[in-house]
Design a protein around this ligand. Structure first.
Ligand SMILES: Nc1ncnc2c1ncn2[C@@H]1O[C@H](COP(=O)(O)OP(=O)(O)O)[C@@H](O)[C@H]1O
Ligand SMILES: [Mg+2]
Length: 284
């Protein structure tokens, strides 16, 4: 659905070389995530693919064509929800969706059904001005999918949302994936990446350092440990051992045989640990 080759982009005014030769592909039906800290280049990449930024070098192949040879029709096939809600605040939720649906040639989904999907049906005749941030984000989200696009772009879709609102958005994304839609999202939240993404790309300072499923990244590059606390003559002590050949670790076995064990905790590697290993920096 999307093929990016040697993409480079520099913001002209600041001469900031924000994207430094990145490559990736996104397959149909995939949830693909860009995981990286603030300033990594996530939003810039999405804006380039969407066409909100122009003047790139390299290739952006999307839905069978180079981005630059698409016309306005492009927006019938894609949905975009950015981390700020762009809505008409003086209109009600329903009026917003009615107006936006009139921009599209495609038939749009049933407005009440959409509102119901994100728990806003009973607020449909309320002006958006009176909405909380979470409500605006949910409305902005369904606004972006109402024309049933093939590819969706979500920029930090759950950022700043409480767990209940975040779950509604995450469930809606998984629902779209189950319908065969292709989803490209950005996040600096490893939990979101783990829960939603089939594959993630680690991005930092405009460069991609790894692309794989969150599970593979953690299994192949993460180290898991076991922490043991035990009672000794002099008091409580703790020791950490790598998980893996645990049964052959004589030091660990000896400890278990000879000491009074107080606690045993395993620590699996997180996606953030693996990110740090690749990039030398954390996600925040
Ligand atoms: N409009 C802009 N003009 C100049 N530099 C920008 C602009 N937008 C972003 N940048 C810079 O480009 C880099 C990538 O930013 P961005 O794509 O927004 O990162 P992310 O979405 O991963 O937080 C950052 O160094 C940022 O400061
Ligand atoms: Mg961003």
């Amino acid at each position: 659905m999307i093929g990016i080759k040697n993409l480079n982009f520099t913001y002209q005014k600041s001469k900031k070389h924000a994207i430094k030769g990145i490559d990736f592909t996104i397959e149909k039906g995939e949830v693909f995530g860009f995981l990286g800290p603030n300033g990594a280049g996530k939003t810039t990449t999405q804006r380039l693919i969407i066409g909100l930024l122009t003047g790139y070098m390299g290739q952006i192949h999307i839905l069978g064509k180079e981005r630059s040879s698409w016309n306005k029709n492009f927006f019938e096939y894609i949905g975009v929800a950015f981390d700020f809600a762009n809505l008409y605040i003086k209109l009600t939720a329903k009026e917003n969706l009615e107006l936006i649906s009139s921009y599209y040639k495609n038939n749009t989904a049933n407005i009440d059904m959409l509102l119901n999907q994100v728990g806003l049906l009973e607020n449909k005749d309320q002006e958006v001005e009176s909405f909380s941030k979470g409500m605006k984000m949910r409305l902005n989200f369904i606004r972006s999918i109402m024309h049933d696009p093939e590819i969706m772009f979500f920029d930090e879709p759950t950022s700043g949302l409480d767990p209940v609102n975040a779950k509604i958005i995450k469930d809606t994304i998984l629902d779209m994936k189950n319908k065969g839609k292709t989803i490209f999202l950005t996040t600096h939240n490893m939990t979101v990446a783990e829960q939603l993404c089939d594959r993630v790309a680690f991005i930092n300072e405009g460069e991609i350092s790894a692309i794989d499923s969150p599970q593979n990244l953690m299994i192949e590059h993460g180290k898991a440990f076991v922490d043991i606390t035990y009672e000794d003559k002099v008091g409580v002590k703790s020791q950490t051992f790598p998980l893996g050949n645990t049964g052959e670790n004589n030091e660990l076995l000896n400890l278990i045989k000879t000491k009074k064990i107080l606690t045993v905790h395993s620590q699996e590697a997180t996606l953030e640990d693996v990110f740090i290993k690749f990039t030398g920096r954390s996600l925040i």
